[in-house]
Design a protein around this ligand. Structure first.
Ligand SMILES: *Cc1c(COP(=O)(O)O)cnc(C)c1O
Length: 385
């Protein structure tokens, strides 16, 4: 291997280790809805994105047959299950059409890159997901980052001089903070600037809104022409989709490279996602349960004298500041039977390391009580140490 690259790798790893930034996956064994086994120890999983508790629901295994799609969708990878899933999603979201993607990351990269080009202008929330950032970078459009959820700043960003197309791209629910973009106001600003509005609702689809459709419960296709969602979070499986007007979907089918040049996810994943979607539509109690657990967590944190996250969603970050404190508290929680990963920069800003607690319909109030008690003890010990 190249000597220069060897040195780059060694110095990067060394620097990550020194700064407590070295990251490693650990094997997490599924142990039932809301539960996991880590290093032989059973724990409550408070850091999955399985908001409705469907990822380990045995009903999703019914009728699974074909394990591989064997090609990209444009070649032979588009099965009846995929077609049925696209139709079911379009019907549910009240959009003309839906196009599936292998993952949410590849969807955002491929779609932003296909829609925008050099000479265009794109306004981006400062806390947008990495996949949106990479899509914008790849597109070559002029990027204007506006202050997080700040509508005035978004308006200013959209007003910059530009000869090409204007667009505003944002997460609906911010993945590390759990707060929500002011989408109604952003519709108005986008219209005023004749700009495309593009919303990534990875954490809202299936769990937020009166009908559980996330931002689609609030905005019509007319107001929001490009809506991206994932199947790997509330819908418990894997893959992603974009929903919108027929012409936009036709265009993306022909131009989104991450869809054209990538193997479609498995037909059995599409089948499982169809079951998950049917359950999501039928079992509204799952969304109510998440709401109850959020209120319960907030009440318990308040009475324990701990900070209460300013988040109305299943993502409930406990910001601790220093990386080393977040790591120590996370390790300590695991020893007490609660799996909550520490999130460190660059995923979150410097000095804002946190525990990203997530709730799912599979949790009980007793498990939340246990988490808050363990957190209170661990924090006390971490501060004393
Ligand atoms: C998780 C996530 C994605 C990526 O989706 P995957 O299907 O996991 O690749 C995209 N956008 C946001 C906001 C996310 O949180």
């Amino acid at each position: 291997m190249s000597g220069g690259l060897n040195r780059r790798i060694a110095s990067t790893l060394e620097s990550l280790r020194q700064r407590d930034r070295f990251r490693q996956r650990r094997v997490v064994e599924p142990a039932g809805p809301g539960l996991a086994r880590v290093a032989g120890r059973d724990c409550v999983n408070f850091c999955s994105n399985d908001y409705l508790g469907l990822a380990q629901d045995s009903r999703l295994l019914r009728g699974l047959d074909v394990p591989g799609s064997a090609a990209s969708a444009l070649v032979t990878g588009y099965s009846p299950a995929h077609a049925e899933l696209e139709e079911a999603l379009a019907d549910w979201l009240e959009r003309d059409r839906v196009l599936l993607f292998p993952t949410g990351f590849s969807a955002n990269v491929g779609i932003v890159d296909a829609l925008l080009q050099r000479g265009d202008l794109v306004a981006c929330d400062a806390l947008n997901h990495a996949s949106l950032i990479d899509g914008v970078r790849l597109s070559g459009a002029d990027k204007r980052i506006y202050a997080h959820v700040d509508v005035d700043a978004a308006r200013d960003a959209l007003a910059a001089p530009c000869e090409g197309v204007r667009a505003l791209v944002t997460d609906a629910v911010f993945s590390m903070d759990g707060d929500i973009a002011p989408v109604r106001e952003l519709v108005i600003e986008a219209r005023r600037a004749d700009a495309l509005l593009y919303v990534d609702d990875a954490h809202g689809v299936g769990v937020l809104g009166p009908r559980g459709r996330g931002v689609a419960d609030e905005l019509s296709q007319d107001e929001l022409p490009v809506l991206v969602g994932t199947l790997g979070k509330a819908l418990g499986t894997a893959g992603a989709f974009v929903a919108g007007p027929a012409a936009v979907i036709d265009y993306l089918e022909n131009r989104a490279r991450s869809q054209i040049y990538s193997t479609a996810f498995a037909p059995m994943t599409a089948r499982a996602a169809l079951t998950a979607l049917a359950i999501t539509r039928e079992e509204a109690w799952r969304r109510d349960e998440v709401r109850n657990l959020i209120a319960h967590l907030h009440a318990r944190l308040r009475s324990a004298g701990l900070p209460v996250p300013d988040s109305p969603t299943a993502i409930q970050p406990i910001v601790l500041g220093r990386d080393s404190v977040a790591l120590r508290v996370s390790d300590d929680l695991l020893a007490r039977g609660f799996l909550v990963t520490a999130i460190r920069p660059p995923t979150v800003p410097e000095g804002a390391a946190r525990l990203r607690v997530t709730l799912t319909a599979a949790h009980t109030t007793e498990q939340v009580d246990g988490l808050v008690d363990a957190l209170a003890t661990s924090l006390l010990e971490a501060r004393v140490a």
